[in-house]
Design a protein around this ligand. Structure first.
Ligand code: PHE
Length: 449
């Protein structure tokens, strides 16, 4: 390539940007609500199984494709095997559709942040009031749309500052703080009356609650949370340096991401059981639950200001990674300047996000297969497109990609002795495709366990 591409610094930076993409609303907003809908403990067990058997191999496959080619997802597949470019397009489409609802939820976090700063959050005194306020806000035709637009513009500004400066710096500072904050909140939540009930819900598997949908939801949540199956990690790893140790990066990202999700569950479920909210309340769960915990704390609005600010940043490091997939694609494949590419992405995704925000209120009668725009974007991406992307990624890495390329990247150009390499190949060739396919077929009712 004639033009010099941006690249990321040392090992820490690679872990941090990748974890910045992975850790986000998927961990704190989506994980608790999906786990709650699927009965808690059994879901967690299946989810961890999905992370280990599907998540790690697919993440390593994406890292390999990205770092080997140093290209955006479409360009990467095109240069390795032209017929597989469709995987790159799947990546662009999935990123677009995810941003279509992710910007909306990110906007909600921004609203909760401003309500915390203004002190209005102190009026959220009971779970009924919290639920009413949340419903009134999210169905309003104006306010959530404005927050959605502000959030999209924030993302745009960071993308426009450039890959290295913008992404690296913002990821670096905030992860450790988020972590500590979650631990403090988890301690507070568990000590609330009846709080232990919540831990029991999260950690005691009740397999009688497991259905075909539980497997699909767990698999979808694993892909969504790790930002895999849509070439996001391909795009990011295309900026990794040749010194980056891909295996360590992957293990660190997976560990951090899973830990944050479990910690979020340890905050949310004790509160859910303590104040009497239904664990099955869906996407509103976190927003209705969290104010209740701040209300029990001295300086509640201050705590909630810090927390929602961190959540805004966690969401932002994820939206920039999604935005970057599309911007890098337009910039490199369509030869647009980064600036024009970034504007096009911002405008198109914002329009979609506004429509999906309105679909919770004034446009709620408009349904696609029984779901409003917001819910259908969430379902189609997490439960269909990402696992499908993961299915083809594992087939590509296991059967099509030159074995030496895989070995070379995974072993860090021979510097790491690859004891686990054989296992990875077996997972990519057989375990991932078969498992992914079975979960799909099982869900379509084609066979029963
Ligand atoms: N993994 C992010 C989260 O958990 C969401 C995301 C999905 C980001 C796919 C990028 C790509 O919030």
């Amino acid at each position: 390539m004639g033009e010099k591409r941006a690249s990321l610094g040392g090992r820490l930076s690679a872990v941090l940007v990748a974890a910045g993409s992975a850790v986000g609303l998927g961990n704190i907003w989506r994980f608790p609500y999906v786990a709650g809908e699927n009965g808690g403990g059994a879901f967690l067990a299946i989810y961890i199984g999905c992370i280990l058997l599907l998540g790690i191999p697919v993440l390593l496959a994406e890292f390999t494709v990205g770092r080997h080619t140093h290209k955006n997802a479409v360009g990467a597949y095109r240069s390795l095997a032209k017929r597989w470019s469709f995987l790159g397009y799947n990546s662009a489409i999935s990123s677009l559709l995810i941003l279509g609802f992710y910007f909306v939820v990110s906007g909600w976090t921004l609203e909760y942040f401003t309500s915390s700063v203004s002190g209005a959050i102190a009026e959220y005194t009971s779970s009924t009031i919290n639920a009413e306020r949340f419903a009134a806000f999210t169905t309003d035709p104006m306010r959530p749309v404005i927050y959605t637009i502000i959030f999209a513009l924030l993302t745009h500004v960071i993308i426009a500052l450039g890959v290295q400066k913008g992404i690296e710096r913002s990821s670096k500072m905030l992860m450790p703080v988020l972590f500590i904050m979650l631990i403090i909140l988890a301690v507070r939540a568990v000590t609330m009356p009846n709080g232990l009930e919540g831990l029991r819900f999260l950690f005691t598997p009740d397999f009688s609650k497991v259905s075909a949908k539980t497997f699909l939801d767990a698999m979808g949540q694993a892909f969504f949370s790790l930002s895999i199956g849509l070439g996001c990690m391909i795009t990011y790893s295309s900026y990794f340096s040749d010194k980056t140790n891909l295996q360590n990066t992957a293990y660190n990202v997976v560990a951090l991401d899973t830990l944050v999700a479990i910690l979020a569950g340890m905050v949310i479920f004790p509160v859910v059981f303590s104040v009497g909210i239904e664990p099955t309340s869906g996407p509103s769960l976190v927003f209705v639950t969290l104010p209740s915990i701040f209300n029990t704390m001295a300086f509640g609005p201050l705590w909630s200001t810090i927390f929602f600010l961190l959540l805004v940043f966690a969401a932002l490091t994820s939206t920039i990674s999604l935005h970057e997939v599309l911007t890098a694609y337009l910039h490199e494949e369509w030869h647009m300047s980064r600036k024009v590419a970034a504007w096009i992405v911002t405008i198109v995704t914002t329009l979609l996000a506004c429509a999906s925000s309105l679909s919770l209120g004034v446009w709620s009668d408009f349904k696609i297969c029984g779901l409003n725009i917001f819910d259908s974007l969430d379902f189609v991406t997490a439960n269909i497109l990402l696992p499908l992307g993961g299915f083809f990624t594992s087939i590509f890495a296991g059967w099509v990609l030159d074995r030496e390329i895989l070995r070379d990247e995974i072993s860090d150009h021979g510097r790491l002795k690859g004891r686990l390499f054989g296992l990875l190949v077996v997972l990519l060739r057989y375990v991932c495709p078969i498992l992914l396919l079975s979960i799909f077929l099982y869900n379509m009712g084609l066979f029963r366990l």
